[in-house]
Design a protein around this ligand. Sequence first.
Ligand code: NDP
Length: 461
Amino acid sequence: MAEFDVDLFVIGGGSGGVRAARIAAGYGARVMVAEEYRMGGTCVIRGCVPKKLFVLGSHIRHEIEDAAGFGWTIPQATFDWPTLIANKDKEIARLEAAYTANVEKSGARIVKTRAVFEDAHTLRLATGEKVTAKHVLIATGGAPNHGRMIEGIEHVISSNEAFHLPELPRRIVIQGGGYIALEFACIFAGFGSDVTVIYRGDNILRGFDDDVRAHVRSEMEKEGITILTGCTIEKVDRYGDEYVSHLSSGSSVASEKVMFAIGRHPNVANLGLEKASVAINPSNGGIAVNAYSQTNVPHIYAIGDVTHRLNLTPVAIREGHAFADTVFGKRDVKVDHADIPTAVFSQPEVGTVGLTETQARAQFSRVDIYKTTFRPLKATLSGRDTRVLMKLVVDGVSDRVVGCHIVGDYAAEIIQAVAIAVKMKATKADFDATLALHPTAAEELVTMRTPTARHVRQAAE
Ligand code: NDP
């Protein structure tokens, strides 16, 4: 009889856990996956996928507005939120079923229940059943974090609820200046809501290149979104169907919905981690892991948002795959977390890879900046008041392009391809040697000849 019931027990059926389960099963491992909610996890069920569907839907407003300059007469367009929600839900259900089918096809078994550690090798299911496992993978993801308990916090929604609102709010206040706050601000504005963003710092998208931050803010403001910086929401009062957010600045904003998008916390609570002696990383609250996603308990691993490293779906998938290759495929695979492209699906989008100008200047003695902003061709006829930003950050000594930052339509699509060049350590000369594809916005990336700024750090005397 086998020593353990299964070779691998995966807690969490999100993108990372599912990838690990399928690959491990492919190597012949006996795998069980526990999921207490819906297969697919944050990305599929209440993250990337429904969010992108919302982005696509709300962007249609721009297409309708832009059409007149191209000769189209479009009768008064109307938007029906419940139709979007119903169609989105149908697609998410289809994807969930596909995730489930793919896991089962791989030979892994799904149990639709919460699983918690009884000891380092034993998981207890909500049914009371106990399962022993040779290896355990914790892939429980993260959840919205509302921060400190302010008065009226019970009135505040997160992105989880935003995906299921019965009706489109006419006015919404969103606190936060990161990915989720800006993506939802633009989504709601696109559908016609009056949107106010409340951000505690001096400008949104902290950590992104400063030119990107300024550009996105000005583009969002041009679309009618109010962005109030240097303040926080201190209290939310309810008056019937209306809420009033009281700000630290002393002013207040009324709306039908108040949403917080002020970060997410790793799902580490009530998993019985202490019974398995799994350690938490004190610096970020996630499960502490090494470069192989291995915890302090050698047969227990953790991947994705629960480790609070880089909270991006493709990162979790890559970590899950690397784990399965290493442990069950007997191949030594580590995930390289450098130069990971990322996008904020604001409108316009942000696409970025590599270092910001500030980071590059801290790292290299000579940094050349190539930057351009321009009116996209479409805007010449549509009349839309918008500009595209493209920026290359170059190590002036090696000539390597160490960062690329784009704000504009299709920035995410463009940056995915640029990321290959950056990952291959392409130089500015390689970019220059590449012929332009005309007429596109992306051709600017290979036609910027003269640096717009050159920063040379003087050697310390
Ligand atoms: P982010 O970390 O991106 O942004 C959090 C924002 O909230 C920041 O502006 C932060 O300000 C602010 N904030 C944090 N704490 C407080 C507080 N106590 N009071 C007021 N403001 C506060 O988190 P999100 O929730 O937007 O998203 C979580 C993560 O999910 C992202 O970091 C990303 O990894 C991932 N994600 C990725 C997406 C994509 O790839 N397109 C889309 C959505 C999410 P400050 O900057 O000052 O700290």
